[in-house]
Design a binder for this molecule. Sequence first.
Ligand code: FAD
Ligand code: NAP
Length: 887
Amino acid sequence: MPLPSAAQTVAAGAQDAQQVDVAVVGAGFAGLYLLIRLRRAGFTAVALEAADDVGGTWYWNRYPGARCDIQTTDYSYTFDPELESAWRWSEKYATQPEILRYLGFVADRYDLRRDIRFGTKVQTATWDEAAQRWLLTTDNGKPVSCRYYIMASGCLSAPKPPEIDGVGDFTGEIYFTGRWPHEGVELAGKRVAVIGTGSSGVQSIPRIAEQAAHLTVFQRTPNFAFPAHNGPQPPDRVAALEKDRADYRQQARLSLTGVPLERATEFSWQLSDAERRQRFEKALAAGDLVAMLSQLWADQGGDLEGNALAADLLRERIHAIVKDPETAEALTPRDHPFGSKRPCLETDYYATFNRPNVTLVNLRQEPIKRITASGIETDRRIVDLDVIVFATGFDAMTGAITAVHPITGRDGKSLSDVWAGGPRTYLGLTVAGFPNLFMITGPGSPSVFSNMVVSIEQHADWVVDRLMAMREAGFTAIEATEAAQAGWARHMADCSQLTLHRLANTWYTGANVPGKAPGLMPYPGGVGPYRTICDEVVSRGMLGFNLSGPDGAVQCNDGEVVRLQPDVRLVLNMLAELNLPPLESLGAEGARSFVKQFNATRPAGRPVGEIVDATLQGADGPLPYRLYRPSTPGPHPIVVYFHGGGWVLGDEQSDDPFCRDMCRRSGMIFVSVGYRHAPEHCFPAAAEDGYAALRWIAENAAELGGRLDANGAGPLLVAGWSAGGNIAAVTCQLARDRGGPPIAGQLLVCPVTDCTFDRPSYIENAEGYFLTRSLMDWFWGHYCPAADRTDPRASPLRGKLAGLPPAFVATCEFDPLRDEGIAYAEAMAAAGVPVEQLQARGHFHSSLMMVDVVATGASGRVKMAEALRRFAGMAERPEEAMPKAAE
Ligand code: FAD
Ligand code: NAP
């Protein structure tokens, strides 16, 4: 007899299945809120929950000391002000029983239990293409047939199996923090081991030590921890909430973490030691994860040096508390940046190691060999035990999703196979090839990098709103496109470059589960930006989704939702919100003073060895210059630098942050030249000043501290940005044609090289990226009469290119000048000039200049500095110029 096909099996199973519009897996914070929303939207829904009651995380994690680590003021539902008034939290960080009571209270208040099938584990899920429905099989009762299948199965709900030999041999008691017995565990008088020192271990160890006869803690990696200072809810936080509840909640939704706390804006190097310590003490006193992670200094999260300053203060504290120096050192994290692993809030954690009944075993020095019938054996000792507690964590983010196996999507594809190389999603909500499947706080969404309740509400709202809109429009299936998904992966990777998470082995990256594909799983771009992206997907016609319905109805607006680098997107959004008048409408003087004011608000840039302001001889009189000298011992090669500003704006100080940064990274002197500006001094004044400045600097190189070669000069280099790039390029041509001085290399950043406006980049980026076509038109209009524009001193692309110095040409994707920069690089290369190019993806005209604002531009400056050093025949970069981790 022929076997039934998969489709026939699904069809047969669906016949006696429970029929609903939507099946939700899980009845934690996410599942409960989904039920409320779905019911209000008029969908039939069922939640399937493996546990015997609601609560999710707070149902399973009943270990001693279990609490939330986001203040309860924030770690609560916000969708219903009446619910908020009806519940009072008793503590700053509520205990597990209290949070579980809260979720039970919510379930009762909205009468949710009648739509939840408890004690029911979803085992498989299969998409039925013909019926456009999912069929879910369970271990208890009927299968479920649904149009939409939502995994609200939790990011931290699948405990990680212990990968230690001999677990089965142990004759004592074994417990997992994530599956703690409901009846509690009697630990008094017992010899107990805790394996693991993540948040669960750090919370439970002090409480277990109070009960056990002896506690042995087996630690593989020490974590950063600082005090929770639990107690009543802090009055200032409560007052902030109660002053304007709606506004407070809205600020949370738009914040980076889901908690509305101001982030530090000053950089570590702008603060004295005393100021830094004062900020640290304040954050320490606040006992707040988000405060400690974001309120010290602006560079604490993305820059290794800024981070190390915070980490050192936290380390110091451990040594101040723990009496035995060896134990203190073992507890001190040194292998990962602060915040790259989730830090822990502690109550008596470090002091616990001063107790006589507590021993720390450092598994880095003596790994566990095996678990035996009577205890744990390491390389150095045998510890006899009555109880072993595994606080070893979870198969996070993907574990609960892929535990439903198989999840079979379109064309019989299994989700586990599709994700074999790591989870791929669109917005962390959907997966291409799996129509009508949604994940709440899935991989690729902010999820565990945020106050989860805020993220859960946003996801549930977004999903249910989409289902309603589809119903309205007559669509029955929704599926992410491959292009949108690939774009999201790129955006995720771009965001993660701004963090230090990749420098730690954590469950964020799957590193805690042997064999799991590595890669940062939560979205690190922040809750607020993420929300605006989800909204943008909708406002752009469900960008990146395929919608279909009966009778062949189809809608697909394919594309990538974020093509800009994440910080460029923020900067451009901020500029758009300022609603600035076009620069060209201000007149030359107005535009100059605007730029001056605007520049005054920039981060100041890091210190260099010395800054000298003086004058040099230009083509027609003295010109101001600013010299940046590295702090390394001289003499140094000199870079003659020309600032940007369309030949009209700016001065020798206006690219100050860039010059400082490049001086530090390259280890070279930068001399920024204040060449003459249009319209007062038109073409060729700026070009001739450029060349004259080069000559003067060559002649005075020794006095300026320049390194001299056998001929008594050089290596001399030139660099410039935008119109300054134009002057730099022209200067190289003039130096070649007018008998020197020799130039060792040229760095052209987004240079103007030609006078036509018809290249694709001018058309694509005519508006919206700050430097507009109209502004360029205005610049050219001031600088150069139409008849002179084809002169190579105005349009160097039209000049002779052979015999020019080696060049590094940087261009940005969203810049009208992109294509003429690339054309110049290609034309020089064709003429035999050694040329390196950087085509900066996702960047705009000013990106590479915006030091400490557009952090994703830093890697470009690293490459520029390396190129300059190569041109100058220098090998290694000096220590201070080494790229920071965020690069
Ligand atoms: P969960 O609460 O994990 O609920 C998922 C439910 O799905 C579970 O009940 C599970 O049984 C069920 N399920 C899974 N698979 C299946 C299946 N196949 N069939 C049927 N049912 C299934 N986040 C914060 O923001 N702040 C905190 O302070 C905080 N503290 C935490 C403390 C601990 C100890 C842990 C482990 C996590 C903490 N988190 C915290 C993260 C926490 O998981 C979330 O805040 C939130 O509770 C997640 O809710 P959820 O509904 O998405 O998932
Ligand atoms: P975790 O952070 O992954 O910590 C697991 C610990 O077990 C780590 O110290 C790990 O060491 C160790 N470990 C894992 N496998 C091991 C092995 N085979 N041998 C020896 N040691 C091993 O897990 P968690 O503590 O359960 O926390 C997970 C997340 O849940 C937290 O980050 C947090 O988001 C959430 N949580 C929050 C709270 C709270 O305070 N509200 C409490 C608990 C959990 P390595 O680091 O070397 O891998």
